[in-house]
Design a protein around this ligand. Sequence first.
Ligand code: ADP
Ligand code: MG
Length: 578
Amino acid sequence: MSEASTQNPAQDAGQERELTDGFHLVIDALKLNGVETIYHVPGIPVTDLGRMAQAAGIRVISFRHEQNAGNAAAIAGYLTQKPGICLTVSAPGFLNGLTALANATTNCFPMILISGSSEREIVDLQQGDYEEMDQLAIAKPLCKAAFRVLHAADIGIAVARAIRAAVSGRPGGVYLDLPAKLFSQVMDAEKGAQSLVKVIDAAPAQIPAPSAIKRGLDVLASAKRPLVILGKGAAYAQVDETIRTFIEKSGVPFLQMSMAKGLLPDTHPQSAGAARSTVLKDADVVMLIGARLNWLLSHGKGKTWGDAPKKFIQIDIEPTEMDSNIEIVAPIVGDIGSCVSALLAGMGANWAKPPSDWMDTIMAKRDENIAKMAPRLMNNKSPMDFHGALGALRTVVKERPDMILINEGANTLDLARGIIDMYQPRKRLDVGTWGVMGIGMGYAVAAAIETGKPVLAVEGDSAFGFSGMEVETICRYNLPVCIVIFNNSGIYRGTDVNTNGSDPATTVFVRDSRYDKMMEAFGGVGVNATSPDELLRAVNAAIDSGKPTLINAVIDPAAGTESGRIGNLNPQSVVKKK
Ligand code: ADP
Ligand code: MG
């Protein structure tokens, strides 16, 4: 490389720029495509890229660990339909970000992980560069697409490809590998500007075939006990009114998957949420809208689904999702907005709603279950049990329906999902398809930044630990985030005992710990809440003040069951040791 090409023209700020370089081209390409925020951890070789992006008017949020920055980018993508951008350093930073990239891909969230990397020549000869790793090869199986850029002139097209790959069709994670040398490569500024690409129609509508719509409607019309299941793909699509109109016009009861809750209010008269097991067992036709028949729906078969024969209609943008677990008799491939609009148009004026006895049965079951639960949610025990604490939080969410709720844990997750009603779309963000722990603080930061709304993060004490250091990030950016830790002193419970030595049992944490003090260490507000009343007051105060707050909610260590609702997934040893 010549002398001139290693200079950094970026540093000649005031001067007229005739040359540009890799740093500027990356930033210009992102800005041209509307990127407003980068979720980041600084370090070699991207420290200056972060600084320069900030100087160029992009909001750059620096985290303490790449996994959290990556999770933030992923959920930003889900909330905005634009790829969330995460920027990491080479090898270890890249690997830390990769968990989030894989999680984004699994959940169909659009995200781009941009990582610096070491020099190709050295990596390929395995000569031991600083943080040497063949990152492109490692990223490939874990994302939708992976690209590497070797020439500054290709940055524009690479960023365009990355954006299109992330958001078109089924959204997902994309990896963009930028070797260190690329950043200081220079080129003529005018040619550089011409090399940039503004992506036009990044996620084109995918119109379903009229024959598929007709087949779907015929099957739905034949049902005596129909059910619609709305998944997070339906929430992602941002066609909330179209979906509501379709549900109401069809008269079909609906279930909402965890992150789809609130697409229609959980209190909607057609919501079968509180009669879930009944409708899954007894329905004869099930229409899936942006929901997959994966483990979360017992793969569409087995005990959960009962013996009654069922026909499935599925709307999805990904053709190969059809028949993934069982036969889909009416596949409707296309984007949810186009598909549901076409269904509505095809229903005409004389659509017959399902027989009323089906709806009556569901309503009766629903009201019975709600009545059974009510007294448990009103208990004011101290230390709290899960129901008492969640009863308080349920009230807060009801009164503040536009707040974002983040939720992770085992019991804290499973019980909150059922107990806390949601009223607006895309307000519940949780562990998603993998049921992964560690999304909490990354999601909380991005939710606050992308929506400007208050955020309530309801966290198991174990779940919180995976991203807990980001409370400093929350304080540093002064975000309106209220974290509630359900502190039962352990994983599942805090009561396990090791009978074989002096070490603590594998699932317990320090007793009577005070997570609220962590928040105080960084200038935030910490509260120790020992009863549902105290918890309710503390959350309301936090949200009214908008100050970063952490509430240590003291839960009885004996409350909680193994793995929450999914204890059945634990393999059992058959060997009995003495
Ligand atoms: P849940 O866990 O809520 O059931 P999943 O993540 O399993 O939801 O399923 C979401 C589905 O939605 C995926 O199969 C994905 O392909 C699909 N999807 C995502 N966005 C769209 C869209 N805009 N139009 C149609 N389908 C979509
Ligand atoms: Mg716990």
